[in-house]
Design a protein around this ligand. Sequence first.
Ligand SMILES: [Zn+2]
Length: 270
Amino acid sequence: MAFIHLLAFLALTLLTQIGGMAYLGALALGRHWRGRRRFRRLAVMAMFMVLYAGLSLSASAIAPSFGRVPLPCHAKEDAELAVQSTLYCVLNRHYVTPELKQVVGDLAKHMAARFPGTRLNVLDANFPFFDGFPLLPHLSHSDGRKLDLAFFYKDRDSQAQIRETRSPIGYWAFEEPKSSVRGRCTGRSDILSLRWDMDWFQVFNQDYQLDERRTVAVLRWLVGEGAKRGVSKVFIEPHLAARLGVRSKFIRFQGCRAARHDDHIHFQIR
Ligand SMILES: [Zn+2]
């Protein structure tokens, strides 16, 4: 039983940073349970949820002492910037440094000015506390200075989707290389790799196509105005950067073992 508790603690900590603490707290409180024995597990689960919610709410107040601030989880309907899914907020994966928040806010304003009504959707950011704490499965999101952005999409009638992404969680709707282009990692089958194909997930994706104009506008801003504000690296698959016609020394390839970047844009600041 101790082993299962240890596994649950580790899984919750790796997934949400503070979930493991809430789990230990709930187990400790559960020892004092005086109600019917068969309800103890339910009581522990309820206590975990209450503790987790309390700690998550406190995190946004405490995070600034660790140099992190939350990105907007409860954006209004017409907001120009929002966390793409409440999932990232529930899991406490929506924290960045104030400098990064300023940069992504400026980018969102630029996009809304150029394409009125557009919302910039952000995905995984960082946890609220401690530099160096890994935000799996990302290899580098550990210091508040990295952020993933969702692509922009159009439906089959070429209508721009203002808020929606092709994937319900923003990730794993891959833009495969056109048939005449060979991807940099085509044919490789590394055992240790985060380059997942996620075939099982594809049924959840909508029938949208990449909105190249708006996606290009994001990339151009990041390597132009963004670079002046501290953007130091942008990750996107080479075949996609070539297809979109964006070249810059700031656009890099993450390698064939790191997560794919043909379903989102990653950027980081100095
Ligand atoms: Zn990233």
